[in-house]
Design a protein around this ligand. Structure first.
Ligand SMILES: [Zn+2]
Length: 83
């Protein structure tokens, strides 16, 4: 059994997330994280990030909204300049 140090490596975590860790290492890592709030939080933040990124990038403005927004900003800018 290989001992897992406390969040010793992002590499190990990445390997875990990619599912390329040997079964015994994977199990040791899971057992450590299960009993370590610090590592659990670390894991959660890493596992959550790709999902958050996808949700953020999924929000794209429709072309007409973008056009009207740009027109609005142009109007505001010119109004600001003339005052
Ligand atoms: Zn830990």
């Amino acid at each position: 059994m290989r001992a897992i140090a406390c969040v010793s490596g992002v590499d190990l975590l990445m390997d875990y997330l990619e599912g390329v860790l040997p079964a015994d290492v994977k199990q040791a890592l899971e057992e450590h994280v299960a009993g370590c709030p610090r590592c659990a939080a670390f894991f959660a933040s890493y596992i959550g990030t790709p999902r958050i990124m996808r949700e953020a990038t999924a929000v794209t403005l429709p072309a007409d909204v973008e056009a009207s927004l740009k027109a609005f900003l142009r109007a505001r800018t010119s109004a600001f300049r003339s005052s």
